[in-house]
Design a protein around this ligand. Sequence first.
Ligand code: CP3
Length: 361
Amino acid sequence: EEHPARRSAVDGGVADASLLQELRGVRSDTPSVWFMRQAGRSLPEYRALREGTTMLDSCVRPDMAAEITLQPVRRHGVDAGIFFSDIVVPARLAGLGVEIRPGVGPVFDHPVRTEADIEALPPLGDDYEEALAPISEAVRLTVAELGTTPLIGFAGAPFTVASYMVEGGPSRDHLRTRALMRSRPDLWERLATWVAELSGRFLRAQVLAGASAVQLFDSWVGALGQEQYLEHVQAHSAAALAHVADLPVPRIHFGVGAAHLLLPMLGAGATAMGVDHRLRLDRALEVLPAGTPVQGNIDPAVLFTSEEARFAEARGVLEAGAAAAGHVVNLGHGVPPDTDPQVLTDLVAFLHSQRVARAAE
Ligand code: CP3
């Protein structure tokens, strides 16, 4: 059967959605927008539904994951859903002991630091394929409800996921991970290869079930210099993205504080670059090859300012992205949990009321 991403609205499909067009380098007059972490604690309906279920358990209940994915689309009128899951869900499905501690983040029972730890990683065979079934099911349920609104699938990139595994939990400097990379490049290589396969197949399962675009999150990659990235990370992110390279979906790649890595991250096989709020989009466009669509990058801080300041920032982001081949509006990073949801709804309405300034033809 034909992939949904190829089916046009005329046939009841999503292929004509302007957000997907922007990601393919075709501009629309009206801005397209979604928010990283649009699903989650900022929404009272999310908190109500999640009550009594742990974060990771909710991710493997297809009905719940689908409903949580749909909540922000209904409420805010954003132009895409982001699949509700987490970058450590694949590790859990592969059999590793990991939980998400509220207010902390992912915590692994056994940090992966030695050769024996890496030796003990579960093989990613048929068991893993079967374990991905609830993910595929959740995506199918979601896509059926979304109609002509695209679903964005995602995975964590090898560096960011491996960092949680090596550190055992969240970390500011990712020192153990970066030390492993330098002192035992052979072990790092084996770990990153395993994670690339883990994340890559999670990504592929989502696309085969109907996701129309993907985003690879390398949230913490900004901790690395260009040399370390090129030598130890780029090939593994490329391996993860290669799992969907034969499918007709745009591939967005995003990192925080990664202005110095825009080109190497694009070089890992992305087709569009997510940019955080530290770098203006017109600056990013000076670095990226002509024709690269960009995504971003309203500073999440303006969600806690006056509406006037917020809309001024949004206008500035539209202007800075006007010269891009394609632009999908987003925040520079995720929605903070204490965001007033009405602020997001109003921001979407404001963005949809704006017209994209076209370069003179
Ligand atoms: O709308 C969406 O974006 C929902 C899907 C989503 C989640 N996590 C749900 C989630 C996505 C795309 C992610 C990716 C993710 N997870 C990243 C990359 C994106 C980024 O923010 O940089 C990272 C680094 C993680 C790891 C992680 N998981 C962290 C740091 C946290 C926050 C911990 C906390 O309590 O502050 C989580 C938990 C998490 N993932 C929540 C949600 C909705 C909160 C869980 C809860 O409700 O308690």
